[in-house]
Design a protein around this ligand. Structure first.
Ligand code: SAM
Length: 270
């Protein structure tokens, strides 16, 4: 299958790309193949979110052991099943946010997607916080979202997502992708970002830690102290500042990943 504008228009026929599902189809075969090369390994299954018309799916099949893909839109699902037939391909008509990932327990997987922009963050949080044995994730996201992953302390983009990502993964901006290689063309450019795990997973610790970090950023403009008051007693808060030596006037975006870990350890040491 060649992904170009004429092919996409022909396959769509009378259908229109659905904005509510974030449908922007890739129309450049080189870009598609490069994403697959970044994401896949021939010895590993790849999970794809939102295969759409299957341009990326076909390349994922070329470079993976097998591919499981999850599509929310029945029209896309039917086109895909009619045009791409391969015994190594499994297709599911499902909202990925509802997908039970337990079936992948014990099996290393890779994940690849040209992510629908309206659910980028919830899908990524779901992947990061899942029990999946992830070898690598490679996703296309809007450029400004890509910048948030690498955001440094004290910057406007720095938040729970950047902290979670930097705790778990080595993050790499693999390639810049112009808005002109999509149909319909979105308003902004994109980037392909990869995430490679950097530590042994400890789900129990992570679960509590990530929840804590999110609560610290609940009211971004307020001080950490103010945010903590929503779920901790004054006594507990005093202990945190005393034992970590962190100033009470600080705001969450001024704290490094190491600061957050230190604070969380004080809370857990009770
Ligand atoms: N992979 C195709 C490509 O690169 O040309 C299409 C990418 S398009 C940006 C996003 C795809 O995700 C669409 O096919 C859309 O229908 C699908 N999608 C949107 N929300 C979804 C969800 N919650 N779960 C699964 N698929 C979803």
């Amino acid at each position: 299958m060649i992904s170009n504008i004429n092919h996409v228009k022909k396959v769509l026929g009378d259908l229109k790309a659905k904005k509510k599902f974030g449908q922007n189809f890739l129309i450049d075969s080189n870009v598609v193949e490069n994403i697959a090369k970044i994401a896949c390994s021939e010895s590993t299954k790849t999970i794809e979110i939102g295969p759409g018309l299957g341009a990326l799916t076909e390349m994922l099949l070329k470079y993976s052991k097998s591919v499981d893909c999850y599509e929310i839109d029945r029209d896309m699902y039917e086109i895909l099943n009619n045009t791409l037939k391969d015994e190594r391909l499994s297709t599911y008509l499902e909202d990925f946010l509802d997908t039970d990932l337990d079936k992948y327990k014990g099996e290393p997987v890779r994940v690849c997607s040209n992510l629908p922009y309206y659910v980028t963050t919830p899908i990524l949080f779901k992947l990061f916080e899942s029990d999946l044995d992830i070898e690598k994730i490679a996703v296309m996201v809007q450029k400004e979202v890509a910048d948030r992953f690498k955001a440094k302390v004290n910057s406007e983009d720095y938040g729970a997502l950047s902290i979670e990502v930097q705790y778990l993964f080595e993050v790499k901006q693999e390639m810049f992708v112009s808005k002109t290689v999509f149909y319909p063309s979105p308003n902004v450019d994109s980037a392909v970002v990869s995430f490679t795990p950097i530590r042994e997973r400890d789900r129990e610790f992570e679960h509590g830690f990530f929840e804590f970090v999110k609560k610290c950023f609940a009211k971004r403009r307020k001080t950490l102290n103010n945010n903590l008051k929503d779920f901790m007693t004054n006594e507990e808060i005093e202990r945190i500042f005393k034992e970590t030596g962190i100033a009470e006037t600080i705001r969450a975006q001024q704290l490094t990943l190491e600061d957050f870990i230190r604070i969380y350890e004080v809370i857990n040491a009770r």
